[in-house]
Design a protein around this ligand. Structure first.
Ligand code: ADP
Length: 396
């Protein structure tokens, strides 16, 4: 089976053509500068081709992707009929979606209904869906939501302690994100643990970071909220913050709430504290040179991640496994070691040699650690492709 996985942003569109059974990726790439001019970067194995192609809308971008996939020189399939299904990443499923689903008119309406909750991403995701429907009307399309995995949270985790009317009238609650990644890791962790019944904290630490508390495969809590701004400090996001900070800054500097939120989303986090970079490699380089701001940024990050793990260990009444994934989680032995240093009180012990691993699945805890600690590379595209294949096969 060939599944085309699409992740449409406001001016970009990432794609992968993959086999959901084996995880083999036959081609992948990126359309950039949609609405501006348009550039396609297409990769097959180690071969890469970059083409300037006019992309006045997402529709031309999808068209360019389909054309290059069947191109005699750069393509990997003979005809677009060989694409069995398309899986779309959709950011916000609101209260409407607790799992992935085959796209029909009702689903499109429900995704539209979630636009106020995901104003930046849902319209772009919808453009990607509509563009695919237009150019390949007979191919089944599936929506996979970033929020869906977290819909098993109980009300005590997802409700904000604010007047009920905002929940009842406006669906204001904690949703959480990176759900496709958390789901992928929870499934793989269950295979590694050898049982579905176990308690896990997963740390998805990348440019955006979130943690989830998972019991028996079901999410019980997660660190992001109504939007991806909440939780631990990230590359450029502040993470959790007292709402009065917004009031103070808006009043004193004559900023609008939107301007202030833009600052909290794009100019904060470890970028702000380090005054250097949002990239953890740069922070580690700064730390090595004794840059105090880089040291503070890293320490703040380790501290806040460790606090969330401690909180989730309490919420789950102890954990069996702790997993690290995404760019920093997979490639940052020093980050993992610094976080785990806080967790000795709960019997977490990592082996420095085993922890010296990058981008590979590995058990990094010692045999006598009370909690198994694993590095598990995430694969959101594969999760999207698998959900898509499952739904499409079941519908046949
Ligand atoms: P995104 O949230 O954009 O998907 P990623 O999961 O790709 O982000 O993570 C990006 C982060 O991973 C960057 O901060 C980068 O510094 C970090 N990273 C990638 N490789 C390494 C590495 N070898 N060592 C430390 N950090 C790394």
């Amino acid at each position: 089976m060939n599944v085309l996985v699409i992740n449409a942003g406001s001016s970009s569109l990432k794609y992968q053509l993959m086999n959901p059974e084996t995880g083999d990726v036959s081609a992948k790439g990126l359309c950039e500068r949609i609405y501006i001019d348009g550039r396609l970067t297409h990769k097959v194995g180690d071969n890469k081709v970059v083409k300037d192609i006019p992309m006045p809308s997402h529709s031309e971008a999808i068209q360019a992707v389909l054309e290059i996939l069947v191109d005699p020189e750069y393509g990997v399939i003979k005809s677009t009929d060989e694409i069995d299904a398309v899986g779309h990443r959709v950011l916000h499923g609101g209260m409407e979606f607790s799992e992935s689903c085959i796209i029909d008119d009702e689903v499109i309406k429900a995704i539209e209904k979630c636009i106020p909750l995901g104003p930046l991403h849902n319209p772009a995701n919808l453009m990607g869906i509509r563009a695919c429907q237009a150019v390949m009307p007979k191919t089944p399309q599936v929506a996979v939501f970033d929020t869906a995995f977290h819909m098993t949270m109980p009300p005590k985790a997802y409700r904000y302690a604010i007047p009920t009317e905002y929940f009842e009238n406006d669906d204001i609650r904690r949703y959480g994100f990176h759900g496709t990644s958390h789901k992928y890791i929870a499934r793989r962790a269950a295979e590694l643990y050898g049982s579905k019944e176990f308690k896990l904290v997963n740390c998805h630490l990348g440019n955006g970071s979130s943690l989830s508390a998972v019991k028996d495969g079901k999410c019980q809590d997660t660190s992001m909220g109504l939007s991806p701004l909440a939780g631990v400090p990230m590359g450029t996001r502040s993470g959790d913050i007292d709402a009065c900070v917004v009031q103070f800054i808006c009043n004193k500097y004559g900023m609008t709430v939107d301007e202030c939120l833009n600052m909290l989303n794009k100019k904060s986090g470890v970028l702000a504290l380090s005054e250097t970079s949002s990239d953890f490699r740069d922070l580690e380089a700064g730390e090595a040179k004794g840059d105090e701001n880089c040291v503070l940024a890293l320490q703040k990050f380790f501290y806040e991640v460790a606090k969330y793990i401690g909180a989730y260990a309490a919420a789950l009444n102890g954990i069996d496994m702790l997993t690290f994934t995404a760019g920093v989680g997979e490639n940052g032995p020093d980050t993992r070691a610094a976080i785990c240093e806080y967790l000795g009180f709960m019997g977490v012990k990592i082996d420095p040699e085993k922890n010296n691993v990058r981008g590979k699945e590995a058990l990094i805890s010692t045999p006598d650690s009370k909690v198994q600690v694993w590095v598990i590379p995430t694969n959101e595209e594969l999760m999207i492709a698998q959900d898509t294949a499952e739904l499409v096969s079941a519908a046949k």
